[in-house]
Design a protein around this ligand. Sequence first.
Ligand SMILES: [Cu+2]
Length: 124
Amino acid sequence: MSGKPTAIATLTVLTISLLATSAGAHPKLTSASPAADVSSKVSPTEIKLNFSEGVIAKFSGLALKDEAGTTITTGLPANDPQDPKRLVVQLPAPLKAGHYTVTWYAVSEDTHRVKGEYSFGVDR
Ligand SMILES: [Cu+2]
């Protein structure tokens, strides 16, 4: 019983300090390949997401779905060894013609989590 106000006070302090450190420090998706809202003639062999700051591959990833909503099998997310701001996901099989949705999430080096979604097309 007597522990409850203390717990709430601690939570408030934690929330305030989280808000203070998160200001302006969230990674943003700056570009992607295949690019958003672009159709290409060639099936991509990988999806590359470029962020404004370094992201941690093991806490980041994406779901790729076709226009019927079926999840497409992908490889595991990895950092580009040349660029810690880039997340790379291999596509083991060629994509059929159609529209695809990438639903991504990423955790930056400062442990902030962001997510988003975009679409691209393959027409052959
Ligand atoms: Cu942040």
